[in-house]
Design a protein around this ligand. Structure first.
Ligand SMILES: NC(=[NH2+])NCCC[C@H](N)C(=O)O
Ligand SMILES: [Mn+2]
Ligand SMILES: [Mn+2]
Length: 352
C-alpha cells in the first residue's frame, strides 16, 4: 500500500527522483563562451547578444538555479581568417556568403569547446547566429565522440552549399556535422579540423515549421528524426521527449542546440528569421527541463537573439525568454526542488 502511494506520488510530482538527480549534480562546473558571429546571415545585431545577456545578469540567473554551480566565463571568441580559407572560398565556395569567416570562427570554436571540456563538466556557447552550431557541436564531438544532438529550432539548418536558396550559412551547419553529408563539403578540409562527425541516428530535431524543399528531401532520404510543430500538437511535449530519448543512445552525452526562433515569435520576436506558430515558453522550458533531468547534457548553444530587431519591449521579452531557457537547463526547477546546503535549515526550530 505504502509503496504504491509512494510510487504514485513520484509519478505525479517527480520530486523523489529529482532529489536523487540533484545529488548527482555536485561539483558541476560550467564554461561559457560568447561567439559574436553574425556573418551566417545578413542582419546586423545578432553579434551583440552575448554581451547583452551578460548585462542582463546571465551569471546570476544561472547561479540562482544552483548555487553550487561553478561558472567560468571565457569571454568572447576571437578568430583570424587566413589565406588558405580565402582560397577555398574563391575556388569552391564563392556562392556562399562569408565562407572564410565562417570557417575561421568555427575552427577557433572547435578548439575553445575542447579546452572548456577539459576544465569543466559542461559548456554553454552563446551566439551569434546558428552558423556557430557547427563549431560548437564539432568541438564537442572531438572531446566526446559518443554524442547525441538535439536541435531545437523552427528550421532544419541542413542545407548544402548546392541547395541553399539564401546563400546564408546559418541555414547549413548541420550538413557539416553529419557523416552522410560532409562529403558535400569536400574542399573544406573538415577531416583536419573536426575528424569526428555525427551519425544521422544520433540527431533529433524538435520544433521545426519552416523547412526548405531540399531540406525536406534530405531529411526524408536519410530518415533523420524530426518532430515538427504538427507532431508536438498531436502528442504533446512529454511524448516528444520520450520518443527523442528512446531514439538516442542511452549512454551518450547530449548536446542541445537551441535556436531562439524555436519559440513562438510572441515570446521571442527579436530574431532574424522569426516564424509564427512556435513553441510556447512553457513548452520550451519543459523540453529543456526534461533533457536536463537525464543528467547527460554536456553542452548547449543559445543562438539567434538579435537585439537590433523589434521594439525595446520585443528585445526585453526575447532576452528574458532566452534566460528562462538557460536557467532551466542549468539548475532551476519550477517544482522548487533544490539543495538546502546554503539555507539556514534551523530557522523553523528557532521560530516555532
Ligand atoms: N538558423 C536559422 N535561423 N536558420 C534559418 C535558415 C532559413 C533558410 N532555411 C535558409 O537556409 O536560409
Ligand atoms: Mn537555427
Ligand atoms: Mn531557426
Amino acid at each position: 500500500m505504502w509503496r504504491c502511494t509512494q510510487r504514485t506520488l513520484t509519478q505525479v510530482c517527480g520530486n523523489t527522483l529529482r532529489r536523487r538527480n540533484l545529488s548527482a549534480a555536485v561539483n558541476q562546473t560550467l564554461g561559457i563562451i560568447g561567439v559574436p558571429f553574425g556573418k551566417g546571415q545578413s542582419k546586423q545585431g545578432v553579434e551583440l547578444a552575448p554581451d547583452l545577456l551578460r548585462e542582463n545578469k546571465l551569471r546570476e540567473v544561472l547561479q540562482n538555479g544552483d548555487e553550487r554551480l561553478v561558472i567560468t566565463d571565457y569571454g568572447n571568441l576571437e578568430y583570424a581568417v587566413d589565406e588558405r580559407l580565402l582560397q577555398q572560398q574563391r575556388q569552391h565556395y564563392h556562392h556562399i556568403r562569408n565562407y572564410a569567416e565562417f570557417m575561421a570562427c568555427n575552427r577557433a570554436l572547435i578548439e575553445q569547446v575542447q579546452l572548456m571540456l577539459q576544465k569543466n563538466s559542461q559548456f554553454l556557447t552563446i551566439g551569434g547566429d546558428h552558423a556557430i552550431g557547427f563549431g560548437s557541436v564539432a568541438g564537442h564531438l572531438q572531446h566526446t565522440p559518443n554524442l547525441s544532438l538535439v536541435w531545437v529550432d523552427a528550421h532544419a539548418d541542413i542545407n548544402l552549399h548546392t541547395t541553399s536558396q539564401s546563400g546564408n550559412i546559418h541555414g547549413m551547419p548541420v550538413s557539416f556535422l553529419l557523416q552522410q553529408l560532409r562529403a558535400t563539403w569536400q574542399h573544406a578540409a573538415l577531416d583536419e579540423i573536426a575528424p569526428n562527425c555525427l551519425p544521422k541516428d544520433q540527431l533529433v530535431y524538435i520544433g521545426l515549421r519552416d523547412i526548405d524543399p531540399y531540406e525536406a528531401f534530405i531529411l526524408n532520404k536519410f530518415g533523420i528524426r524530426y518532430y515538427a510543430m504538427d507532431s508536438i500538437d498531436r502528442v504533446g511535449v512529454p511524448k516528444i521527449i520520450e520518443m527523442t530519448l528512446d531514439a538516442l543512445s542511452p549512454q551518450n552525452k547530449i548536446h542541445v542546440s537551441f535556436d531562439i526562433d524555436a519559440l513562438d515569435s510572441n515570446v521571442a520576436p527579436s530574431t532574424g528569421t522569426a516564424v509564427r506558430g512556435g513553441l510556447t515558453l512553457r513548452e520550451g522550458i519543459s523540453i529543456v527541463e526534461a533533457l536536463r533531468d537525464t543528467n547527460r547534457v554536456q553542452g548547449m548553444d543559445l543562438v539567434e537573439i538579435n537585439p537590433k530587431l523589434g521594439s525595446e519591449s520585443d528585445v526585453r521579452s526575447t532576452v528574458e525568454s532566452g534566460l528562462e531557457i538557460l536557467k532551466s537547463m542549468f539548475g532551476y526547477r519550477r517544482s522548487g526542488a533544490r539543495h538546502w546546503s546554503n539555507l539556514d535549515t534551523g530557522i523553523l526550530e528557532r521560530e516555532v
